[in-house]
Write a protein that binds this ligand. Structure first.
Ligand code: FES
Length: 172
């Protein structure tokens, strides 16, 4: 895994598309962070739906996402990187106006799950709350509060391609 950089925030679209999966889901719900005090920290919250896939490479058609919408993909992964999220890699794909933010919902602080807040300015927050955690991230995937202030979210190995109006996210 690698952390996000400016280079990753705006992902350019290539000219070819491959296999398309029709299941595109808008996952974000409006969440009240004050109710997150004692929630489980091994899976994201603030989700209405999640796209669960098998491990290994995946291609997901994210064309249907509207600006501000988020879809979340989950895949099993036995890497130690995912010990804090039940050996599951959660990836969020958020449509911005003219680009997409692709980030892992694993906190760069101590690896707990990151949830969706439903707040367009601060759409991501760590499920581990309290004085020594409580990271929150803006729509560029940068930490703006809590222990990850100033730190970027983790970016999965991925590629975006666009063809004939279809936008496909390929996860390695
Ligand atoms: S693990 Fe997320 S803020 Fe500590």
């Amino acid at each position: 895994m690698k952390k996000i950089s400016r280079r990753h925030v705006i992902v350019s679209l290539a000219s070819t598309a491959t296999f398309l999966c029709p299941a595109v889901l808008n996952a974000a719900t409006t969440a009240d962070l004050t109710s997150w005090a004692d929630i489980p920290t091994d899976s994201p919250v603030g989700l209405s739906r999640i796209l669960r896939l098998n491990s290994g490479p995946a291609s997901i058609d994210i064309s249907a996402l509207k600006p501000g919408e988020v879809t979340v993909i989950a895949r099993p992964n036995d890497s130690d990187d995912y010990a804090g999220t039940g050996q599951t890699q959660f990836v969020a794909a958020m449509r911005k106006d003219n680009d997409y933010l692709i980030v892992e919902l694993t906190c760069p602080h101590k690896g707990k799950a990151i949830g969706l807040t439903g707040d367009p300015k601060v759409p991501f927050a760590c499920t581990k709350r309290g004085r020594y955690h409580s990271s929150e991230f803006d729509s560029n995937g940068l930490g703006v509060a809590g222990k990850s202030s100033g730190d970027p979210m983790i970016v999965p190995e991925h590629k975006l391609s666009s063809s004939n109006g279809k936008v496909v996210l390929e996860l390695a």
